[in-house]
Design a protein. Structure first.
Length: 264
């Protein structure tokens, strides 16, 4: 990984799954990340605000409000900001097609890259069978996930006290449980099939908190990750090249060198 110690300019930035309104949101890390990035277009790919959690327990510190202000500031400065709601902020889907405070609200979008590749941009919950057909089971899983994130915070507090760097226990467990690994693979394949059906070159999504750029047949699958565990984003450079960037607890921005993709 290459450490980036200066602001960089990119054509497009995608972020999702911030879960503002929860204690798991890494809002300060996100703000530090945004200070290092300038973009022409910003996609907010769902689960920006966690309305599910806010309905149960109100949590809205100043850092979370600062994130919203940063999005509004960029829109006011002329950045094209497109908000694609997810399942945790699905109420905003009622405003599909509207522009509010300079932010475009869309249920999905087609992004045309600098190299003319076309990408379907969706949050991804519509392609998650558990969300679509067993919402009670998804909510149970969401509760379990919140418990795991709390354990992760305690675990990393102990690591810091011992002088050790941040390490995501929750991500480690999730990516090594057989059912979770199979779920991710199935999700990716279903989205690739939808992109193929739409006649586009690729898909950009969030939802499963697993950053990835990989080819699935003739489709380029891209997931921008999350800002509760991995602190990742997807960017498009001015030549159309796509890359996953990682920020986070080390208070620096790193480039994931294996996450590069452009037309062959």
């Amino acid at each position: 990984m290459n450490v980036v110690g200066f602001p960089r300019r990119v054509r497009t930035l995608w972020i999702s799954d911030l879960h503002l309104g929860t204690r798991g949101c890494q809002a300060n890390d996100l703000l530090a990340f945004l200070r290092t990035i300038e973009c022409r277009t910003l996609y907010l790919v769902g689960d920006i605000v966690d309305c599910w959690r806010l309905k149960k327990s109100w949590y809205w510190p100043a850092s979370h409000q600062a994130v919203i202000r940063e999005f509004l500031r960029r829109a006011d400065a002329g950045v094209e900001v497109i908000f694609i709601p997810g399942n945790h902020d699905e109420a905003a889907r009622e405003f599909d097609g509207l522009d509010m405070a300079g932010i475009k609200i869309r249920t999905e979008a087609i992004h045309v890259a600098a190299d003319e590749r076309r990408f379907l941009v969706v949050h991804g919950d519509g392609f998650d069978g558990v969300v679509r057909y067993a919402r009670w089971l998804y909510r149970l899983g969401d509760w379990s996930y919140q418990v795991m994130l709390r354990c992760n915070r305690v675990f990393n507090l102990l690591r810091r006290l011992c002088g050790l760097p941040y390490w995501s226990l929750s991500a480690f467990l999730k990516h090594r449980v057989k059912n979770a690994v199979q779920f991710i693979a199935d999700f990716e394949n279903v989205l690739a099939q939808e992109a193929r059906r739409r006649g586009v070159d690729g898909v950009v999504c969030g939802h499963i908190h697993h950053a990835e750029i990989r080819s699935i047949g003739d489709i380029l699958y891209c997931n921008d990750g999350d800002w509760t565990e991995s602190c990742t984003a997807l960017v498009e450079h001015f030549d159309g090249q796509l890359e996953i960037l990682q920020g986070g607890a080390r208070n620096r921005l790193e480039s994931q060198g294996t996450g590069l993709a452009q037309a062959s």
